[in-house]
Design a protein around this ligand. Structure first.
Ligand code: FES
Length: 168
């Protein structure tokens, strides 16, 4: 995993696609100040690209009309923003107490065997990435897995196997 104070420079220009561009314009009218759009703009970027590059930070700052360092501060503060490329399917397994007690490790080990990656790795084909994360806020239905932000609760190895078969 990269140091969260360092951004990756891709050398490629970044811009919102048509869908995110109109969503940005729709949202910005609803916020009291343009700087309030920093977090929504970061989400739109992550939704589009899967992660946030140095070019994306500069683009967001420009669109909002603020300093890039302010966008950078938000992107590096919140761990849910990915500052490096992830797989097409980014799999997060909760590692906090309830999920740990309910054998999240069996799921992580299954994924390691099945797709050949450990936490903080991306599969060679770019299809999957795996991350262990802190409490996802659904402790009553542990263990919890998120794939591209979608929750899967009461997981076990069999359910993970069935879910993985849908991620192609
Ligand atoms: S401990 Fe896993 S969701 Fe809270």
């Amino acid at each position: 995993m990269s140091d969260r104070s360092e951004l990756i420079v891709t050398g490629k220009e970044f811009a919102f696609d048509e869908e995110r561009d109109s969503e940005f314009e729709r949202l910005i009218k609803r916020y009291p100040t343009r700087e309030s759009m920093i977090l929504p703009a970061l989400w739109l970027t992550q939704e589009q690209e899967g992660w946030i590059s140095a070019e994306a930070i500069a683009y967001i700052a420009d669109r909002i009309g603020t300093f890039a360092v302010k966008v950078l501060e938000a992107a590096t503060f919140y761990t849910m923003f990915n500052l490096e490329p992830k797989g097409k399917f980014h799999i997060c397994v909760c590692r906090t107490l309830s999920c740990w007690l309910r054998e999240k490790q069996a799921i992580v080990d299954f994924l390691a065997d099945e797709i050949g990656i450990r936490p903080n790795q991306v599969s060679e084909d770019g299809l999957y990435s795996l991350e262990e994360v802190e409490c996802l806020g659904h402790c009553g239905t542990a263990p919890v897995v998120q794939v591209n932000g979608e929750f899967h609760e009461n997981m076990d190895v069999d359910k993970m196997k069935a879910l993985l078969a849908t991620l192609k």
